[in-house]
Design a protein around this ligand. Sequence first.
Ligand code: NAD
Length: 498
Amino acid sequence: MSGNAHSLVTHWIGGRPVPGASGRTAPVYDPARGEQVAEVALASAAEVDAAVKQAADAAGGWGETSLSRRAAVMFRLRELLDGRRDDLAAAITREHGKVRSDALGEVARGLECVEFACGIPHLLKGTLSAEASGGVDVHTLLQPLGVVAGITPFNFPVMVPLWMLANAVACGNAFVLKPSEKDPSPSLLLAELAAEAGFPDGVVTVVQGDAEAVDAILAAPDVAAVSFVGSTPIARHVYEAGTRAGKRVQALGGAKNHMVVLPDADVAAAADAAVSAAYGSAGERCMAISVVVAVGEVADELVGAIADRIPGVVVGPGDDEASMMGPLVTREHRDRVRSYVDGAAGEGARVVVDGPAPDAPGFWAGCALVDGVEPGMRLYDDEIFGPVLSVVRVPTYDEAVTLVNANPYGNGVALFTRDGGAARLFQRQVDVGMVGINVPIPVPVAWHSFGGWKASLFGDSAMYGPEGVRFYTRPKVVTTRWPDPASSAIDLGFPTTS
Ligand code: NAD
């Protein structure tokens, strides 16, 4: 960390930027150039507590604000985000490194969640059972929780915060975001736009920080619910500590996504999809394809077709329009990713392609394709989170399903085939939360919900869409009777319907 030469990425508390008082900061890099471009404030536990208090002060009034007013502010936020797509994408590219088209795609998918939440009056209608019993009506109110927090990973610094923020605030909560300290600036732009849209001060808060801030959020009595997205070990920690403290928690973790290619698949289309989904965003997507499972005789042709396509992937800075894949987020992460390729032969696998990367400062890794990978190798067992695609060869469909289901992760999976019957069977048999049939990255649209199974999600609620509305509200069931006083009588029996 170097001191004053770099601009400070601040917190956003009480409707304005707040520099932070802990004295702790962390460096923020431009990964394409390998240079520090800013430093980010790291909140102390006391600063988190103060931010949560501001949010708690705002939550009551906001939760009482009419649905039509809340929807109007959401619409305004939608317009502002739409108008600032380029700025948001540029902010992402600067600190994350992903290429501009990919950053714009991330913004678009985040915006979708805001558009879904614009329908909040409809989504919060609750239910009514008229005449549930004689003269008795029952209805459900969906009420906000108060203060809810979001803790987000580096790889989608706009989309993942919006997965949470949109429904959280539309449901009437105050939202406290703790973004990744690796690319913290886009979160401030989101907070500024939220203020401009008309959210009252304290409804949208950003506390920058690291593990200390996360643990303070988990301990804060006023935080009713925590949404987390990140790696599996931290997701497990957040889930366990948060629920122990009595909070509602949804914690999405890591992934190892397989793409199963059956012998009848269109090999060219499958190879295009594998290259796009493995190397897009330099493999730093929780829905990236990490393993191609080649079934039967398709393997040789498929591996050849993927290898042929890799030289066409242009690796370069994200702000260069010619680039298709940018750098990795940090030097340490790049070195870790490279260790899998460098160690592949030693594990008994075969490196088919070890693609070139820019010979320049920056955290660069080329596209790698490794064949002959098996469970038990680090290449297979670990989430690599980089541009390394492994190929596992299996003889039959059944063995492909057994392999996928034995994996501890269950985020996404894809099947490539022209056989509708096999596709139907697969979607029913596979133990994974999000399935693509001839779709390599099956991120659900915003009016469905996003969530993996097994070690990819702790908790019982997926994120955004209808599940998000459920997560950010508490149902209250009201049973009503307006009896004729003349018919009133004492009855000590347990109430039954009639
Ligand atoms: P990470 O787990 O290192 O960090 C996520 C968040 O946790 C950050 O805000 C970070 O500051 C915080 N954190 C880090 N260490 C902590 C600690 N010891 N205690 C408390 N908090 C801590 O994840 P990352 O490297 O930023 O993101 C990549 C990971 O996120 C990958 O594993 C990827 O699969 C996963 N991811 C999952 C999804 C999904 O939807 N399942 C989506 C995106 C990313």
